[in-house]
Every structure is written in structure tokens, then in C-alpha cells.
Design a protein around this ligand. Structure first.
Ligand code: KG4
Ligand code: ZN
Length: 354
């Protein structure tokens, strides 16, 4: 079985072909729109949608060629159906629906978060149920992945996502977008102890996250130092290290609470998995790997290129769903908001992100 997957929910146009036999990833192309968005200091939805439109057709042809197959070798078309920037999601879904209709193939609308969640099964066949820390530019959640289409959310962010904290922190430090990789690079040379930053929600029960206070603390520290332009290279490296350490400590503390719940409710569960763009961060992976070892759980983080947005995760989720008999109708409407666990209680703050 081979599935073609399309990801267009944010600023990467990505297409992949994934099969059920090893090596599973037959082709995976990711076209970053960074250059288009860089001068705006963030992602502009209209610019993103137009770029997807301009490049998607060509990427699909290239992916088929790279996998050495034609449409006859494809058994289903999967595209991100949300959550994400609606213009981009529409571009990907329209192409997938058109091909599905023209070729008589099953169409699969994939929840972008499910793509991240199931990546550890694409790479390592991690068994259900597993505990998942999903950390990306738009989301920061702790979930139990019980099975394909079955998720139990233990906690989410009450304000910003972890990736947003990296990105906004990087902007405050005068670094480029996206901020995560730049902060990680500089943090490796910095002294995390020089500028003490708060550990949001430390000591509070539960598995929710909060990052806006940390961002404010960083902004105040930079202002007290005379503003971004007054920072030396050493100051920036030390602040980057301080920010990364604070985010890492918060993740470890909140995940510790989740492990306790996971252990109580899912005694057969054996894995802690981290996924999403922020999971590409080596310091965070090391901290979470240590945490898992202390709690006698196996730890898994997909390779960095499968942590950030890609088409392979969408194709794989499509393959798992098709095998479970879960194809979608062509009337599926794109969803800007689409929680993985619609029954989850709201986080303790307002402005909850699903
Ligand atoms: O999953 P992703 O590619 O897109 C979303 O679904 O949001 O995640 C993008 C986020 C950005 O906020 C980016 O700064 C962050 O992942 N990120 C990182 C690293 N690489 C990407 N954060 C920390 N360290 C990294 N190495
Ligand atoms: Zn993502």
C-alpha cells in the first residue's frame, strides 16, 4: 500500500509518498517558505496560501518521480484538513480531493496533530497506548495516544505554545524567524544561570502549560539591559540559554505530572514520545530522555526532519486511517480549529488553544 500525503497548513509546502513496507518513506519533499515570510518577522497567511498554490502541483509530480511511481501505484490521497491557516489547508485539500475524484481513490482528511502524534509509529512502530508531548509552533499538549483516532488530552497551554515562546523570545533578542533553531544554536554557547527566568506554573498541580509570563520576564530583562540593540553577543547567548532552560524545565515538570497519570490509567503503556517542531531541539530531547529513564519508560523522539512539518507524517496518518477503514467524504470541510480530543476539559486559563 502507498499513500500520497500533502501538508499545507502553515509555511511549509510538503508532499510525501509513504508505504507500509520498509523503507516506508519512498519520497518526502519539503519546500520552506521562510524567505517569503522572513521580512515580515512571522507567517502571513495570505502569502502562505499563495505560495502553496504556486508550488504544490510541481511538488506532487516531483514526489511521484522520486518514488519511482505513477498514480497507478497510489492507493489513497491524504491531506491536512486542519487545524491551521485556512487558505493553505484549502489549497492542499482541493488538490487531494480533485485527484481522489479523478482517479477514484480514497480521500483522507488528516488532523495535522494526528500526523505529529503518529510519526513515532512511522519511524519505530511504537505500540499504543503511549504518552505524547506534542510541542510545535501552535500547540503544546500532553496526550495519551490510545489508538488511531483515539486521544485523551491530559493538559494544554493556557496561553502561548512552546514554539511561540521560542519564536517571540528570538524576536526580542534580535534573532531571525523561526526562533527555535537560532535559540538552540546560541544557547549551546551561553550561560543559562546568568539571567534567572521564571519556571511557569512550577509546583502547581496538573499538566497544563503557560509561557506568556516567561516571555514577559524576558522582555523586562532585555529592557532593563537597555533594549535589544544594547545586547552583546555574550548577553544574547546567555539569554537564549536561560530561555531554553526555562522552557525545558517547565516541560520536564509538567510531563512528570502526566507520567504519574499515564502510569495510573494505562498500566500497559511503555513509551514517552515527543513530537512537533520544538521536539527537534536537542537539549529538550536530552532532558526528556532523562526523565523517561528515571520513570522506567522508553523514550522516542522522531528524527528532527520528521519533527518539523512534513508530508510523510500526513501520508502515514492516512495509511493508518485507511487500514482502520476510516476514509473521508469529498464534502469534508477544512477546519481552522480541530482538537484531537474534543471532550477534553478546558485548560485552567482563558484563551485555550485546541
Ligand atoms: O511543528 P512545526 O514545524 O509547525 C507547527 O505545526 O507549528 O513547529 C514549528 C515550531 C516553530 O515555533 C519553531 O521555532 C520550533 O518549532 N522549532 C524549534 C526548533 N526547531 C523548530 N524550537 C526549538 N528548537 C529547535 N531546534
Ligand atoms: Zn506541525
Amino acid at each position: 500500500m502507498q499513500i500520497l500525503g500533502i501538508e499545507t497548513s502553515c509555511d511549509e509546502t510538503a508532499v510525501a509518498i509513504v508505504g507500509d513496507r520498509h523503507p516506508r518513506i519512498r519520497a518526502s519533499l519539503v519546500l520552506s517558505q521562510l524567505a517569503e515570510h522572513e521580512r515580515f518577522g512571522g507567517i502571513v497567511p495570505e502569502v502562505a496560501a499563495r505560495a502553496h498554490l504556486a508550488h504544490l502541483d510541481r511538488l506532487v509530480s516531483r514526489a511521484l518521480a522520486a518514488a519511482g511511481t505513477g498514480w497507478d501505484g497510489i492507493d489513497g490521497i491524504a491531506a491536512t484538513g486542519g487545524p491551521g491557516l485556512i487558505g493553505g489547508v484549502m489549497v492542499g485539500m482541493m488538490l487531494a480531493k480533485s485527484v481522489a475524484l479523478a482517479r477514484g481513490l480514497p480521500f483522507l482528511a488528516i488532523n495535522h496533530l494526528e500526523g505529529h502524534a503518529l510519526t513515532a509509529r512511522l519511524t519505530d512502530d511504537v505500540p499504543f497506548p503511549f504518552l505524547l508531548l506534542l510541542v510545535s509552533g501552535g500547540h503544546c499538549q500532553l496526550l495519551v495516544v490510545e489508538g488511531v483516532g483515539h486521544y485523551c488530552r491530559l493538559g494544554t497551554t493556557v496561553d502561548d505554545a512552546a514554539g511561540e515562546c521560542f519564536d517571540k523570545g528570538a524576536k526580542l533578542l534580535g534573532l531571525g524567524f523561526p526562533g527555535g533553531p537560532a535559540i538552540e544554536r546560541l544557547a549551546a554557547e551561553g550561560n543559562a544561570a546568568r539571567f534567572p527566568l521564571p519556571r511557569p506554573l512550577k509546583g502547581r498541580p496538573g499538566c497544563d502549560f503557560s509561557f506568556s509570563g516567561l516571555k514577559t520576564a524576558l522582555r523586562e530583562t532585555v529592557a532593563a539591559w537597555g533594549g535589544t540593540d544594547a545586547l552583546s553577543n555574550r548577553d544574547v547567548a546567555d539569554l537564549a540559554a536561560g530561555l531554553q532552560a526555562a522552557i525545558g524545565d517547565a516541560m520536564v515538570e509538567r510531563t512528570t505530572h502526566a507520567i504519574r497519570k499515564f502510569r495510573q490509567r494505562y498500566p500497559t503503556g511503555s513509551h514517552l514520545v515527543v513530537a512537533g517542531g520544538v521536539a527537534a531541539n536537542r537539549a529538550l530531547r536530552a532532558a526528556l530522555s532523562g526523565l523517561a529513564a528515571r520513570h522506567d519508560l522508553a523514550f522516542l523522539a522522531p528524527p528532527p526532519e520528521l519533527c518539523t512539518d512534513n508530508g510523510a507524517m500526513i501520508a502515514w496518518a492516512g495509511l493508518e486511517r485507511l487500514k482502520a477503514g476510516l476514509a473521508d467524504g469529498l464534502d469534508f470541510a477544512p477546519r481552522p480549529r480541530w482538537p484531537l480530543d474534543p471532550d477534553a476539559p478546558r485548560a485552567m486559563g482563558a484563551g485555550v488553544k485546541a
